[in-house]
Design a binder for this molecule. Structure first.
Ligand code: GLN
Length: 303
């Protein structure tokens, strides 16, 4: 398949729509300053073919896409034990919602909403240094050094009252072992990792290769663990829009409020789209349209 021309075609189709709709995430002040009129797309196939178009080399804040890598670290370190305090059901609520947590005694619905990722991060704090481990993992996966955007991390730490509430609320149910401030510092840094579409397309390559490292081929996760991450992406990766994503695109996806969305075609390729303006569910508006065009144009879907 001629992926390069397909990606260029998607950029040509969507560029005129840049800035028409949606809003950049403004609840994190450092993200509110990102110019909305940017769009990039990149992919990497399992056999190492790459294609990219638009602003695909521009680094952006990966935000909740980091929840994928935190979950990967948690599964590697704890295996089945990770699921003792974290569910696997879609929440049907916004990513930062508090409502289910009280009724469900501080157990988050899944690892891809904020509460779930904070719970995963707590387990990682018990294992070692999750900030260093995150940079080591993503740098290795994309084949070049990756860093935190300290300004974004500080900006979220200063204004992340809901996440602070989520951490303390779970702690009140005995579901967080470590100091909440330490856990949130790691969580905010994970969200503040800066990567480009091309780097993310490379780094998520293990998800379309049965858990094998995209460059070395070494097993990072088992085939079964990888299948489970893809299942969670499909059902929970885009929050309360997961049904709409499955309906319109049909691929496991994980989004972040920086405007990035990664998608996986198992056994074929991993791809990343980025455009900062978001819809009401916190997913990139043009990113979703780009994935829809990609699925329609290539016929690639898990269904
Ligand atoms: N750092 C963001 C938050 O916790 C991540 C949310 C997201 O990308 N959906 O609110």
């Amino acid at each position: 398949m001629r992926f390069q021309s397909i990606l260029e075609e998607i950029v040509t189709t969507l560029r005129p729509r840049l800035g028409e709709q949606g809003q950049v995430a403004d609840y994190i002040p450092a993200l509110a300053r990102v110019p909305a009129a940017q769009f990039g797309i990149a992919l990497r196939t399992c056999d190492g073919q790459e294609a990219q178009a638009g602003d695909s080399d521009t680094p952006f804040s990966i935000q909740s896409i980091s929840k994928l890598f935190a979950l990967t670290m948690g599964m590697r370190a704890m295996g089945e034990g990770l699921w003792a305090r974290i569910g696997r059901e879609p929440s049907g609520n916004p990513f930062n919602s508090l409502v289910q947590l009280e009724a469900e005694q501080g157990t988050p619905r899944n690892p891809f909403i904020n509460a779930g990722a904070i719970a995963v991060t707590d387990r990682l704090v018990s294992q070692g240094d999750p900030k260093a481990a995150m940079l080591e993992l993503v740098s290795s996966l994309c084949g070049e050094p990756v860093h935190f955007d300290e300004e974004v991390a500080a900006s979220e730490a200063a204004t992340g009252f809901r996440n602070i509430a989520l951490g303390n609320f779970m702690k009140s149910f005995g579901k967080i072992d470590n100091d909440v401030a330490t856990v949130l510092d790691a969580y905010f840094h994970h969200c503040a990792v800066r990567m480009s579409c091309l780097q993310l397309a490379r780094a998520t390559g293990f998800l379309c290769r049965d858990g094998r490292h995209p460059f070395s081929g070494e097993p990072l996760l088992t085939e079964r663990q990888t299948r489970r991450i893809n299942a969670l992406m499909l059902t929970c990766g885009t929050y309360d829009a997961a049904g709409e994503f499955a309906f319109r695109i049909g691929l496991p996806c994980k989004s972040g409020v920086g405007g990035g969305i990664v998608a996986v075609v198992p056994d074929h390729l991993s791809l990343c789209v980025w455009s900062p303006a978001l819809d009401a569910t916190g997913n990139s508006l043009l990113g979703m349209q780009a994935l829809e065009l990609f699925a329609a144009r290539t016929g690639l879907s898990v269904f």
